[in-house]
Design a protein around this ligand. Structure first.
Ligand SMILES: O=C1O[C@H](COP(=O)(O)O)[C@@H](O)[C@H](O)[C@H]1O
Length: 253
């Protein structure tokens, strides 16, 4: 069982403030420990929740030069498309902080779903060889310092959806889906062994749409059968899992 903590805030604004402090603290910790900070971004509501990081004091005080940015999942659309997780992150976060462009590892938007997944896995392997990304001694999968996860109302994380075969992928680092129940249908995603090798995972969940899934995942709601286990219930990092909930998301706990 992963070490888990739950933080519940009166408002989404308070959640965003606390999330910025948490990330700032980790950035500092990894700067001192290894002079590098590998961060994985989701799409969706997560990016809006990062807004305090692009304001003082953090925008000026964080050592952005040590940050390396990766994507948890991406949709098979051009980087300029409104559905692109890269575009969302660039517009809302990356364009506002001085992370070296060479440290931003976007998923290739010129390839097919299969091709982009293969290419991203190969790129991650090179970054392991060049010691940018660590490997977990426990799992043998890449170990990111901080994985920033969102969760959909159905309990999906990344592009790993309830009942889908991809939930059981245990060899690949990066895979693809062509039948996502949430549009767009074609996506690329990191797999659970990679997600769960992370040192820190923040599960950032604002809003009442997710209240049922939060309640199931944190034990207060109706327990589904083993076959129905929500994807979010498989999130169990080697390090620490911290839930960031506003009171609407936590309303059924
Ligand atoms: O489709 C996706 O959905 C999840 C959850 O999004 P949210 O808006 O409900 O927070 C997101 O984490 C993932 O990156 C994205 O591709």
């Amino acid at each position: 069982m992963a070490k888990t903590e739950k933080r519940v805030f009166d408002s989404e604004e308070d959640l965003a403030v606390s999330l910025a402090k948490y990330i700032d603290h980790l950035s500092d910790q990894f700067a001192k420990k290894k002079g590098l900070f590998t961060v994985v971004l989701s799409g969706g509501s997560l990016i809006e929740c990062l807004r305090k990081l692009v304001e003082p004091p953090y925008v000026d005080s964080i050592d952005w030069s040590i940050w390396h940015i990766f994507w948890l999942d991406e949709r098979v659309v051009p980087k300029t498309h409104v559905d692109s997780n890269y575009k969302l992150a660039y517009d809302g976060f990356l364009s506002k902080v001085p992370i070296p462009p060479g440290n931003v590892y976007a998923i290739d938007d010129t390839l097919s779903a299969e091709g982009a997944a293969e290419e991203y896995e190969a790129r991650l392997k090179h970054l392991v060889d060049s010691k940018v990304i660590d490997i977990s001694a426990k799992s043998g999968f890449p170990k990111f310092d901080l994985n920033l996860l969102g969760m959909g109302p159905d309990g999906h994380v990344a592009s790993l959806f309830p009942g889908h075969l991809l939930l059981k992928e245990n060899k690949k680092w990066v895979t693809f889906i062509k039948d996502s129940p949430k549009p767009p249908p074609e996506r690329i995603t990191l797999t659970f062994p990679v997600i769960n090798s992370s040192d820190y995972i923040a599960l950032v969940v604002p809003g009442d749409a997710q209240a049922d899934a939060v309640s199931i995942a944190l034990g207060g709601g109706n327990h589904p059968t083993a076959e129905e286990t929500l994807p979010v219930q498989r999130v169990a990092p080697e390090g620490l899992l911290t839930w960031f909930l506003d009171k609407d998301a936590a309303s059924k706990l």
